[in-house]
Design a protein around this ligand. Structure first.
Ligand code: PMP
Length: 355
């Protein structure tokens, strides 16, 4: 059909599946296994639904103000979106507008190349080294911008603040986006560098460490000028992005820092325990500082383990892709969930060795 010649054809990003099976163990999309802060449930129960009659605050000002106070920056330095995916999509559209390619790692969040193709932004991937680390020298070539997660996904590998600063400093003619979706599980944030480099945008989310993936709250912090440009694009796209309940529940979540530290601390503790157990079972993995572990087994293929786990209603993430096709990304769940995973693996591998 002729009209099809004019369609913008894209190969979309594929998110992890969202099954709703009783008794399943869901370790495939890096959600938090604990509920949001208790104040969030309390406020949700008392929510004034009359407010739903009106459009929400288009700039999500109460949430922007609360984030500015929490992170010690000006409200003019904060932008919020419908999950960090929305923030990142807006940032790609706003800042990556050059004929030169943007740069990101070859193994990284698989949404980056989707946005680049959607917006027709030229891009080039830079191979991670054999230990899954970024090679800063790769980011010292002409480019139209740089983006990488820290810790990286799906590896969980954290780059030092020195490495991050080296990349930002070498690219002051372009915008450098540091995607810190997983920074709260033992990472080191680049936020202290925002005052020093006007080309730095730090993106974070409530989806993982604040247990609110369903509320879709993401945000970024940067120089006031960057945020102004981002708002100009956002308000040219859709004024009312974040809904009213998410705005007020997001503010509430920020109030309970003790709970935030408690659940992120528990996840880190479980992660370190599971690393030891997985090693004992013959798995190897880069040293994750995120809420997941990217593991390969010495004998059994990742694909086989993925299928066996899935058949037992234990969901992990697997990609049949170059370099990562023999690894499973396993989200850190509760202690009990991880015990059930480990028990399954122990038995499966014992049977495998017998066969
Ligand atoms: N960045 C990275 C590296 C991620 O893994 C994810 C989760 N898929 C996101 C951003 C987006 O998360 P959200 O939109 O839920 O904030």
């Amino acid at each position: 059909m002729k009209w099809e010649d004019n369609v913008r054809k894209v190969v979309p990003y594929v998110a992890g599946e969202q099954p709703h099976k009783r008794g399943m163990i869901k370790l495939n999309t890096n959600e938090c296994p604990y509920p949001p802060a208790p104040g969030v449930a309390k406020l949700a129960a008392q929510m004034d639904c009359g407010a739903l009659r009106l459009y929400p605050d288009s700039a999500a000002a109460p949430l922007v103000d609360a984030l500015a106070e929490y992170y010690g920056v000006k409200p003019e330095q904060v932008f919020v979106g419908v999950g960090s995916d929305d923030v990142l999509a807006m940032a790609f559209l706003t800042f990556f507008n050059s004929d030169k390619p943007i740069l990101f790692p070859d193994v990284t969040y698989s949404f980056y190349d989707v946005w680049a193709k959607l917006y027709r932004i030229p891009y080039q991937t830079c191979p991670l080294d054999d230990e899954w680390h970024i090679r800063p020298q790769d980011y010292k070539q002409p480019n139209g911008g740089v983006i990488f997660p820290n810790p990286n996904a799906p590896t969980g590998v954290l780059e030092s603040l020195d490495t991050v600063e080296e990349i930002i400093g070498a690219n002051q003619d372009a915008v450098v986006i540091v995607d810190e979706a997983y920074v709260d599980f033992g990472g080191v944030s680049a936020l202290p560098l925002v005052g020093k480099y006007e080309n730095l945008l730090v993106v974070q989310t409530f989806s993982k460490s604040r247990a609110m993936a369903g509320a879709r709250i993401g945000f970024c912090i940067g120089n006031e000028k960057l945020i102004r440009y981002l708002n100009d694009v956002k308000f040219s796209f859709n004024s009312y992005t974040m809904n009213y309940p998410s705005q007020v529940l997001g503010v509430e979540a920020l109030k309970d820092d003790a709970y935030f530290k408690e659940i992120t601390g528990k996840i880190v503790w479980t992660r370190e325990r599971v690393k030891k157990e997985l090693r004992r079972l013959g798995f190897t993995f880069p040293d994750s500082k995120a809420n997941f572990i990217f593991a390969s087994h010495e004998k059994v293929s990742a694909e086989e383990l993925f299928k066996a786990l899935r058949a037992a209603d234990i969901y992990v993430r697997y990609w049949n892709k170059p370099r990562i096709g023999n690894s499973l990304r396993i989200t850190v769940g509760t202690e009990e969930e991880m015990d059930r995973l480990l028990l399954f693996l122990e038995k499966y591998l014992a049977d495998y060795n017998k066969a």
